[in-house]
Design a protein. Structure first.
Length: 320
């Protein structure tokens, strides 16, 4: 029987500042786990789906921590390899009272950045019915880009579905032009594309969600969901379209991980057979939950918690 969803990328140990202020002035940090793809892997596992994550880690304390963390979250770790020649990456993240936090990465020359096309295990990959990708691995190194293309083609060739979140990181690319070209090439090979409104504007030249969706639909994509921030998300397929409103959040604690939360809800909903509207609503819900907690995926809910959250926000009635 096929497992549900697999993804790949770089996870980093994240040290979050213990108080607001410039990172250089902080004395104490708390340890957490970061990485766009690992956020989705953990999120889907919490929703009760079988979820896998592929990467390479160093033979070090950080690598051991990541493996043990994911095992506790019931993420399939059979796709992880270790390499004593390279370290596991880490990052420092500031604490903010509003807005986006400052993040400093220590990832150059990491073990994950050495993944290449030869590392694609088609037997492991095709044991899953869905692949989730982001635009981060293709930006790290030429070899990780080759891995991304090979993984995508392997899954498409096996008749599996593929979702793609641009997750633009300009600092990792040699130029904005290269970033636009590669990201769009990968996106147009996927089935479901999940850009934010600003990403969509950069990638397609339009800030109109309908035109952003049209750009990818005309190139063979079957579903585009454009994240609109607090306003929710717009979706379009060749047969239907709609805007699903967001959820009111009284206090935003940390915006990092909201987009991956949206991907988690959408993918989880579609894999469970929900309508696109229902799946997008799930995505909006988890995105709104994510911004209310410190850490990239710390606040991601279980299925029971998500159902209770949706029930309360849609009916005003709390469940026990």
């Amino acid at each position: 029987m096929l497992k549900d969803s697999v993804t790949f990328g770089e996870a980093m140990v994240m040290f979050v500042a213990g108080r607001p202020g410039a990172l250089k002035d902080i004395d104490t940090f708390s340890r957490r786990l970061a990485g766009a793809e690992v956020n989705v892997a953990v999120g889907l596992s919490r929703l009760g789906l079988t979820s896998g994550w592929i990467s390479r880690l160093g033979e070090d304390a950080f690598g051991d921590y990541i493996v043990e963390y994911l095992a506790r979250e019931k993420v399939d770790i059979d796709g992880i390899t270790h390499d004593s020649r390279y370290p596991t990456g880490f990052q420092l993240k500031s604490m903010v009272l509003e807005g986006d936090p400052q993040v400093q990465y220590f990832r150059k020359g990491s073990a994950a950045s050495t993944l290449g096309e030869a590392d694609v295990d088609s037997g492991y990959l095709t044991g899953f019915r869905h692949l989730h990708m982001t635009g981060i691995p293709p930006a790290l190194t030429k070899s990780t880009r080759a891995f991304a293309y090979a993984a995508l083609e392997t899954m498409k060739g096996a008749g599996r579905t593929v979702s793609f979140d641009p997750n633009l990181r300009p600092s990792l690319w040699s130029s904005k032009e290269e970033m636009r070209e590669v990201i769009n090439d990968l996106a147009c090979r996927a089935d479901w594309v999940l850009p934010g409104i600003e990403e969509g504007e950069f990638l397609t030249g339009s800030r109109d969600p309908k035109k952003i969706a049209e750009f990818y639909l005309n190139r063979g994509v079957s579903l585009v969901a454009v994240k609109l921030g607090p306003e929710g998300a717009y979706f379009r397929t060749p047969y239907e379209e709609g805007t699903v409103p967001g959820f009111e959040v009284k206090k935003v604690v940390d915006t990092v991980g909201a987009g991956d939360g949206f991907a988690t809800g959408l993918i989880g909903g579609l894999l469970r057979g929900l309508s696109i509207t229902e799946a997008v609503r799930q995505g909006n819900a988890i995105g709104s939950i994510a911004v209310q907690s410190v850490g990239d995926h710390d606040g991601y809910p279980t299925m029971e918690e998500l159902k209770a959250y949706l029930h309360y926000h849609l009916t005003g009635v709390r469940t026990r």
